[in-house]
Structures are given as C-alpha cells and as structure tokens.
Design a protein around this ligand. Structure first.
Ligand code: IPM
Ligand code: MG
Length: 336
C-alpha cells in the first residue's frame, strides 16, 4: 500500500526490515536485537507486525517476544498510543452488539504507553510475593493529557478521562492534573471523568457517547480490546504510538495492529490484514504529516468492505470469507 500511495503523493519511501519478537529470538537469542533498536531509532517511523506465540511463552519475561514491543515503545518515548475505533457502515452487522447500539461509533482510545503498571518500580517476584507498581508523575500525566485534548480539538471536542480515583491515589492525581490542564489550556474541550469499571460498561451500553477516551496504560490495554469489538473484529483495529512532535511538527512513531499474532491461524492465509493496512495509513498521517495518501488507503479499505468482501473474523455464519492475500489484493486494487 505504501509503495503505491507514497510516490503518487510525492513522498520518498525508504524501508528496511528488521527482526523483532520470536523471529529475533530464534535468529539472535534476543527479542529486540541491537540492530533492530538502532534501525528503529534512526527511522522516521516503525511499522510493526504482531509479536508473540506459544513457542516462546515459557521464556522469562526479560527475553519474551513482548519485550520487543515494550522496549521499542520505551526507547522511542512513544508515550501516546492512539487506537481509533471506527465502525465502518458496511460492518454494522459484524459486531456482536446490536446495530442500533454500534452504528456510527467513532472514538479514539488514547492510552498512556510508557508508564503506569507496565513499567512501575518496584516490580518482581520475591518468594511468595509478586509486586507491580502503578506510578505516574505530574509531567507524565500532563503530556498524555495534552495529546488527548489536542486530538479532541480536531474531533468532537469531547474528552473522557478514565481513572479509578475512588480507590487508587495514582489516578486521583491523574484526575487532578487532567482537570487543571483542561481548565488552563483546553477550556474549549468538554471534559468528563469516568471510573474505569463504569467505562467498561458504558462502552457496550452506549458507545456513541465517547469521542476521545484518555487513560492509563493497563486500563487502556483492556478497554481498547473491548472497544475493538464495537467494530466487528479486533482485526480492524490499527494503532499509532507516538512521541512528542519535533520542531517541524513531525512525530516519530510505531504503527501496528492492536491484535496479537493469532498463533492458532498463523500461516494459513486466514488473518484479517486490514488492521495492519490501516496502521500504515496512520503512519502516513502522523509521522509523514501526509493526510491525502492516508485517507486514500482508508477509502480503499472502506470501498472493499462496502463491496461485501469479508475475512473469516468479519463474516457472519454462513457468509463466504476470503483469505489474507485476497483481502490485501482487493484493497490494493481499490487504490487504483
Ligand atoms: C497491546 C498488547 C501488548 C500490550 C502486549 C502484546 C504486550 O496487548 O499492544 O495492546 O499489553 O501493550
Ligand atoms: Mg492489548
């Protein structure tokens, strides 16, 4: 897709492929080899495939495929994970929820990605005690909140900040900082606070009430999988993990489908490639500031879905399904 839309938009595309995750472990012993890290740091953007699989599940945490993901996020300071959840009209019957509930859903989960429970210290298992720490500093909350507010400004100007302020002090601070920032810097954005358990319920009860959903790392991990099902399949969900913009307004980022490596269907030409394709569109939008080619890819996906083509995860019982390759080819053809 990138090779087709970039030249047409007068964008020069240079790509290099590196190993990460299980493939890297098999080849080098490490999930995130030095060369991969160096390449990612030197690049404008990273397009990432899903990592993980049962073959590597027995390894210690520090050497598991998932470390490649967490290591890249941290090294690139990609603190803002944007997960657009948009239901394409053609897929309104693909969701397990009723069409009248999900029709028109269009929200973005803004998940903090390099802090919170995933990275907090102390952590570990000593004897019969396991510890993880949920920790956020004021600057960490401010930068992710700004990313959320700015995104809301370009959308419906509504931001839900998700916390557990009735129980967790970390998120009490989160709520305080987000409230102040909203007042001081984003008075034009309507700010709502919502407890994470209520948010999980509201996402399936009335998902259209949301525009931008701002949240902590682990809460965002969980809520974004839940939100994915509003779109019919997690195979539709793309993501951008971005850092701070540089002086020219360009952001370095990691772009990847939200879904995992789906080991049960790997290598069988069954997986839905649309989340990966839509991630390439996000790469163009955020890291190349190239809206037109990004929109061109998204329009091609929409066209193919409207034509009725479905991968297995999207097909209703009895409906015919096409494979990964056929779906990819169809989107490519729709680009022209
Ligand atoms: C995600 C994934 C990852 C995460 C895993 C694979 C480490 O679930 O990107 O949502 O938990 O962040
Ligand atoms: Mg997840």
């Amino acid at each position: 897709m990138l090779e087709v839309v970039c030249p047409a938009a007068e964008l020069k595309l240079t790509t290099t492929t590196y190993l990460a995750g299980g493939a890297a472990i098999d080849a080098t012993g490490a999930p995130l080899p030095e060369a991969t890290l160096a390449g990612a740091l030197a690049a404008d953007a990273v397009l990432l495939g899903a990592v993980g699989g049962p073959r590597w599940d027995g390894l210690p945490y520090a050497t598991r495929p998932e470390r490649a993901l967490l290591g890249l996020r941290k090294a690139l300071a990609a603190f803002a994970n944007l997960r657009p959840v948009r239901l394409y009209d053609a897929l309104v019957d693909a969701s397990t929820l009723r069409p009248e509930v999900v029709r028109g859903v269009d929200l973005v989960v803004v998940r903090e990605l390099v802090g919170g429970l995933y990275f907090g210290e102390p952590r570990g298992i000593t004897g019969d005690r396991g510890v993880n720490t949920m920790v956020y500093t004021v600057p960490e909350i401010e930068r992710i909140a700004r990313a959320g507010f700015r995104l809301a400004r370009g959308r419906r100007k509504l931001l839900h900040s998700i916390d557990k302020a009735n129980v967790l002090e970390t998120t009490e601070l989160w709520r305080k900082v987000v409230t102040r920032l909203g007042k001081d810097e984003f008075p034009d954005i309507k700010l709502e606070h919502m407890l994470v358990d209520n948010c999980a319920m509201q996402l399936v009860r009335n998902p259209r009430q949301f525009d931008v959903v701002l949240t902590e790392n682990l809460f965002g991990d969980i809520l974004s999988d839940e939100a994915a099902m509003l779109t019919g399949s997690i195979g539709m969900l793309s993501s951008a993990s971005v850092g701070e913009a540089d002086a020219e307004g360009r952001v370095r980022g990691i772009y990847e489908p939200v879904h995992g490596s789906a080991p049960d269907i790997a290598g069988q030409d069954k997986a839905n490639p649309l989340a990966a394709i839509l991630s390439a569109a996000l790469l163009l939008r955020y890291s190349a500031a190239a809206e037109a080619p990004a929109a061109r890819i998204e329009a091609a996906v929409e066209k193919v879905l409207a034509s009725g083509l479905r991968t297995g995860d999207l097909a209703r019982p009895g409906e015919p399904a096409v494979g990964t390759r056929a779906m990819g080819d169809a989107v490519l053809a729709a680009l022209h």
